[in-house]
Design a protein around this ligand. Structure first.
Ligand code: URA
Length: 239
């Protein structure tokens, strides 16, 4: 692969920009400066350094973010900032998408990838990858509410009642809810359907992968192979 092409594939600009950046001496290949855009590079062992940052070549990217409140999962946000503004520009340029959205007020585990098949596996209801949410409710959560969420609640525009895979009360006002699907505003609508209201919503986990406690709101990090396996496994604790 030619160097300018490797740069373009990793989100460092148009072909013309990438050629110009190499010619301007802005790029190092595996730690060695290279000003020939046509130089052959091996993607299997390639680290590109630009602006003092080293980027291992990745054919596809998988990233997680601790989404903060007040950000929209959209490239064209209407009222708030975009979550894409929290990612480095090369990731956005190479076309990563949100893998299942969170509402602007929701917080927690948000995935991004440019691998369409991965995105599909994560969000397709047929694959049933579980999403685990912690919801703080406006009113105390009664036993009857728990039973209703476990047995199924009817949402507008849905052909049949939808049940949580698991549902537990953490304290009088707080629920942990595991869902197999990711329908529009699903948690808020399910909790409204039992006569309560969500005041705060946080996604704790997807599959078996739990948002790392060390990742602060607004921060992102790469997902590695082990993380990807955990994402596609069923959660360990169900109630
Ligand atoms: N369900 C919701 O209602 N909102 C979210 O952000 C995620 C799931």
């Amino acid at each position: 692969m030619k160097l300018y092409h490797a740069l373009q594939s990793q989100g460092f600009g148009t072909r013309k920009n990438c050629v110009a950046r190499v010619r301007a001496g802005e790029v190092a290949v595996n730690g060695v400066a290279c000003d020939n855009p046509e130089a052959q590079v091996d993607p299997a062992q390639l680290e590109l350094t630009l602006d003092g940052v080293t980027w291992p070549y990745r054919e596809k990217v998988y990233v997680l973010m601790h989404k903060p409140a007040g950000y929209e999962c959209s490239h064209h946000p209407s009222h708030h900032s975009s979550v894409f503004a929290l990612l480095p520009p090369p990731l956005v340029q190479r076309g990563v998408q949100c893998v299942g959205r969170l509402d602007q007020d929701s917080t927690g585990l948000l995935l991004f990838s440019d691998d369409g098949q991965f995105n599909h596996r994560m969000i397709s209801p047929k694959k049933g990858v579980a999403k685990v949410y912690r919801a703080v409710c406006a009113d105390p959560v009664s036993d009857a509410m728990l039973v209703a969420l476990r047995t199924g609640v009817q949402l507008n525009d849905e052909p049949a009642p939808i049940a949580a895979l698991a549902c537990e009360r953490i304290d009088a006002y707080t629920l942990r809810l595991t869902l197999a699907e990711g329908k529009y505003h699903q948690v808020r609508r399910m909790i409204a359907a039992i006569g309560n209201r969500v005041e705060a919503l946080h996604r704790e986990a997807i599959g078996n992968y739990v948002l790392p406690a060390t990742l602060p709101p607004g921060a992102w990090r790469w997902l590695e192979d082990d993380d990807l396996k955990q994402l596609e496994q069923s959660p360990k604790n169900r109630s």
